[in-house]
Design a protein around this ligand. Structure first.
Ligand SMILES: [Zn+2]
Length: 83
């Protein structure tokens, strides 16, 4: 897919957003619905920002590809629709 920037007409380059922490990196992915946040271990709330593993279906995840304009930095994203 070759794209021109809708803001300035510049050339856009395909890439991806890294989604991770200090130890592991992943490609950003899309999931339908609202995130359910919170991680409990032995009934204690440990991290209110973590998306609960039981709240999403890994078969519904789509990789997110991102294009960035080399001229102005505008970014556009598309989910990698599996056909
Ligand atoms: Zn641009």
């Amino acid at each position: 897919m070759i794209m021109d920037c809708i803001k300035c007409g510049g050339e856009m380059e395909k890439g991806f957003i890294i989604d991770g922490n200090q130890s592991m990196n992943f490609q950003q992915r899309w999931h339908p619905g609202e995130p359910e946040k919170g991680m409990k271990v032995f009934g204690m709330d440990l991290n209110k920002e973590v998306i609960s593993a039981s709240s999403f279906d890994s078969t519904k995840l789509l990789d997110v590809n991102t294009w960035v304009c080399k001229e102005c930095g505008f970014m556009e994203q598309f989910a990698d629709i599996k056909k």
